[in-house]
Design a protein around this ligand. Structure first.
Ligand SMILES: *Cc1c(COP(=O)(O)O)cnc(C)c1O
Length: 432
């Protein structure tokens, strides 16, 4: 595979940008090699600066559920650009967008637009604290909620001791306010809630996890969490930045039929533009400034170009619910195909899949939480990743990320993916 231009750009990038990338997940640190610099994309395919073509299984980490440069989105953006790019005053588009979100997401009665998923989660936590008058929050090991201080913490040794921050620069006060518990473990959660009675403002969770690889909630788990939060007066926040408009039109909450108090959104909601949102019960949302005292603002929030892109995306999804059936079928076909290859090759790795999200974990354990995810053979994943890349399949460059299927992944491309998968696993096996 040609790599000269990407290699050169990466060298130059490192002189001016920390690590050469504007978000760490784009670097190939855990898989080896240099990141590919992408020049353009269309439908299911990415094209890099060396002229290589790849089937894209990242889809901008989620937003491109309808494939790249989807023409209804492109057309609306072109149209919007002609009326200038930002006004700093309200627009009709923001009203239309808010109405559409309230219509689509079951638990959302009011919504505030922001510019990223990180902004949405940071604001939702502040709002929950303002609403309850409490300070602590609960998050789950291995769940990612953006790069806000409160979320960059994962408990090393379980919930009952203080977590270690994942980054320097996080104060001990923040550390003390974030309680972390293992995913899919109600007993530990109950004991942490008991020990911190009347001081927990919010519980934030990815209803289906995408950020330790794809991990599903066990049967009844989300129901139990809903019950605990209701009983204890804790604001339940579903972080649907990844699952929103992906696992169904109404997100994971619609798929599992559970109503959180607040929902954070991002990724698909912007159609590829920088957009996030948080919304939920009217009673809570009315605390947001200027209708209430909880301050939160944004110069570019509800930006007309971004609203046009996001709205074109959501409207198309609403009009074409068959997209979700197709994605479901594609997800199942890929997961089944990978599982068959593993059997044939007598490899005992684990596949998790739901709808258009899936992960192949290089471990023989069932992956249900962060501890089991960490049993993966990272070295084997790195080899597999590069073998797939050389066969024209662009996977997320980390074992701990979910892959995303777009509507443009048709049965012909699925065959190509499964063939590359089989050969790459075979490479790995014969090399051992
Ligand atoms: C991507 C992601 C975020 C952060 O969104 P950004 O737009 O990158 O700030 C938050 N929560 C979840 C679940 C995500 O997947």
């Amino acid at each position: 595979m040609k790599n000269k231009n990407s290699e050169k750009l990466f060298k130059e990038a490192q002189k001016y940008i920390p690590g050469g990338v504007n978000s760490p997940v784009r670097a190939f640190k855990s898989v080896g090699g240099n990141p590919k610099f992408i020049k353009r994309a269309k439908g299911a395919y990415l094209y890099d600066e060396d002229g290589n073509k790849y089937v894209d299984m990242i889809n901008s980490w989620g937003p491109m559920i309808l494939g790249h440069a989807f023409s209804p989105v492109e057309n609306q953006v072109r149209k919007a650009v002609k009326s200038s790019f930002s006004f700093g005053a309200p627009t009709k588009k923001e009203v239309d967008m808010a109405k559409l979100i309230v219509d689509l997401v079951p638990s959302v009665e009011m919504v505030r637009m922001v510019n990223s998923g990180t902004e949405a989660t940071m604001s939702a936590i502040r709002l929950a604290r303002a609403y309850t008058g409490r300070e602590k929050i609960i998050k789950f090991e291995g769940c990612y909620h953006g790069h806000g201080d409160a979320f960059l913490i994962s408990a090393g040794s379980g919930a009952l001791s203080l977590g270690q921050p994942d980054s320097p620069g996080i104060t001990s006060a923040t550390l003390g306010d974030t309680l972390t518990v293992p995913y899919n473990d109600v007993i530990t959660l109950e004991s942490v809630v008991e020990k911190n009675k009347n001081s927990i403002a919010a519980l934030i969770i990815e209803p289906v996890v995408g950020n330790m690889g794809c991990v599903l909630p066990s049967a009844g788990y989300l129901e139990q969490i809903r019950e605990i939060c209701t009983r204890e007066g804790i604001v339940l926040i579903f972080d649907e930045v990844m699952t929103g408009f992906r696992l169904s039109l109404g997100g994971a909450q619609e798929r599992f039929n559970i109503k959180p108090d607040l929902t954070t959104m991002g990724k698909i909601i912007g159609g590829g533009m920088p957009v996030g949102a948080y919304g939920g019960k009217k009673e809570i949302m009315q605390m947001v400034s200027p209708s209430g005292p909880m301050y939160q603002a944004g110069t570019l929030s509800g930006n007309p170009i971004a609203m046009s892109a996001g709205m074109a995306m959501l409207k198309h999804l609403k009009k074409n619910p068959n997209v979700y059936w197709q994605l479901e079928a594609a997800g199942q076909e890929i997961a089944y195909g990978i599982t068959q290859s593993l059997k044939e090759l007598d490899l005992h790795y684990t596949v998790n899949q739901i709808g258009s999200m899936y992960s192949l974990f290089f471990t023989d354990q069932k992956v249900v939480d962060y501890t089991t995810a960490k049993t993966c053979d990272i070295n084997a994943f790195g080899k597999y990743f590069n073998a797939m890349l050389n066969r024209g399949i662009y996977l997320a460059p980390s074992q701990f990320e979910s892959l995303f299927i777009s509507e443009k992944i048709d049965s012909k491309i699925i065959k190509k993916i499964l063939k590359a998968n089989h050969q790459s696993l075979l490479d790995l096996k014969t090399e051992k």
